[in-house]
Design a protein around this ligand. Sequence first.
Ligand code: ADP
Ligand code: MG
Length: 695
Amino acid sequence: MLSSTLEKPVQYLKGVGPQRARRLQRLEVSTVGELLYHFPRDWQDRQPTLDFSLPTANGLVVARGRVTRALSLRAGPRLGLLKATINTGSGSIEAVWFKHLSRRYDVFATQQKEIVPGADLWIVGRAEASLAGIKEVHVEEYYKLEYPRWALHVGRLTPVYALTEGLNQRLMRELVDSALAHAGEIPELLPRAVLERRKLLAAPQAIKGIHFPGSQAELEAARGRLAYEELFLLELAWTLKRRQTRGFHKGFSYDIKRRLLTPFKAAMGFEFTSAQKRVINEIFSDMQKPYPMTRLLQGDVGSGKTVVALSAMLLAAENGYQSAFMVPTEILADQHLATMRRLLRGLPVRVERLTSAVPKKEREKILSAVRSGEVDMLIGTHALLESDVRWPRLKLAVIDEQHRFGVRQRATLRQTPSVDLLVMTATPIPRTLALALYGDLDISTLDELPPGRRPAQTLHVPEEEALLELKREVAAGRQGFIVYPIIEESSRLDLQAAKAEYERLRQGPLAGLRTTLIHGAMPGGQKNKIMSEFSQGLWDVLVATPVIEVGIDVPNATVMAIQNADRFGLSSLHQLRGRVGRGSEPSRCFLIADPKTPEARRRLDILVSSHDGFRIGEEDLKLRGPGELLGTAQHGELSLKVADLIKDRELLACAREDAERALSTDPTLSSPENRRLRQRLIDLYQQRWHWIDLA
Ligand code: ADP
Ligand code: MG
């Protein structure tokens, strides 16, 4: 096959030398084809502005006309300006160019030649009131009518690209336009049947249309086609993955012996909720199937996921198999160790914990006990994924708070494909989205809280009031949290602020209380020490960063005050307040915030009025989009540039259906028509996720 122009380096295009090629490389553009797939980040409507007295939608003024007068002036010691009057046919406007003056050359040399009476121009700029009160246009771009490529830049829906130093919009548009001369070579990935069924644009039209759409409708059609393509590829990958898993024979089976399960249930101290029973049944029935389990367990904070997971781990232990339980933080690993040991007291089950904070000697001991099979359950952070952890009989892997991990880590824990996998999350998301994100998973939902559980009453109050209530609770023998919004635990500035606040509280409003601080940058051992002291009741108040967001369980803590609550996402706030209300006493969560926008106020209202994690998750999705909610890393792994999992829900459903259909007629995509599709899937997903096997 002749190699296509699209695979040639960008330098093949006129106007691109080694330097520009290096700059484009920073945008991950090194070939002509990649330039075509560098989609605009926005489009500006640059039709000529009709009425200059009205503000335009995007703040831009666009005009075409003839220069009737031009002069250049000095506006200040360093600032020069050039003024021109332009007659548009329906009136005249004052256009102004500003530039920093240079000692070495005349900054207006070109303009003075081009912007002369009689010249026909397009200008693009912003309308400002001049000192004299007359409206003038501060020009940002201009094109002479005799310039042959002006129609790329003005008088149309004009693309705006992500740039990097040394590149500008004008250059990008012209380079993309040159590359588009080869758009005819863009291969069609989508099967003809799909193109027809969904009435999609052909690939070259879509690429042309996304860069230089002739109309808003054309832009939508182009975007829709490209979004569909991404979603179709994603769904093909998931469908293949699912089929592959189902076709795999794990080669062992479970017997429900109840040797451990029954005494565990008897000693647990409470009854399973009916949701827990249902979900445990779903999990057990998965585990007894001949192919490996891949199940997502969604359940709101406090819905009791831990004992569900523990039941599955006990089923494994009853059958002589090992299980791994992976959590995102050391604190959580420690806490789960304590909880599980307590719940399993008296049973012949050995539970250990492995994190990077475990001292070397102890680590060696644990590792050798895992290797010899003496350890039944190993709890840990991603330290579990290290290569010196060897399991002779690992059959079940549980991942808690899975949204904190990436797809890749999930795949790594399932070292051998026969391991049953249970992933758990307290950030429930709508089903359609869950399917797109975890398309290879079956989904179980814990939609019921244990009886007697009263969610924390949430109030938006001033700080003094929150602290007063906190002190009142402490006087009654209970404990509380004060949380500071550190988004980036490693950010030194945020950390300093939290420390300063801690000092202020300790010496001021909370003087006399036993108050301590915990934050993510502390060494693991120290964090654990503080956490365990707090659970033992040695501290009244824990000032914390969101390290406590996930999983911490201290029933005696009944108050939480969240400072600058408007700086957190809804789902994080919901998780945070789930740290209180875990005991029998009523609990409260105080949101301390001074929301500046109606949207910020609305978000706080949602929390005050709702305790439904699903609803909150959905609101969060609407407000912030899936990337934010799920962690950009995870979202990024899906390779979606155009598609939006929220806005394109319907397209997603179509893509899913079409993927199923395509694979049921051609399970390995080896027909000539599907050859390119197959290659694209391998390029996109096989290497990145070690996912699909298209042997
Ligand atoms: P999450 O789903 O947030 O991980 P946990 O598993 O930590 O929730 O459970 C929260 C608390 O509820 C724990 O203290 C746990 O022991 C308790 N719990 C779990 N299931 C029940 C139940 N069926 N009845 C009463 N308490 C329960
Ligand atoms: Mg939990």
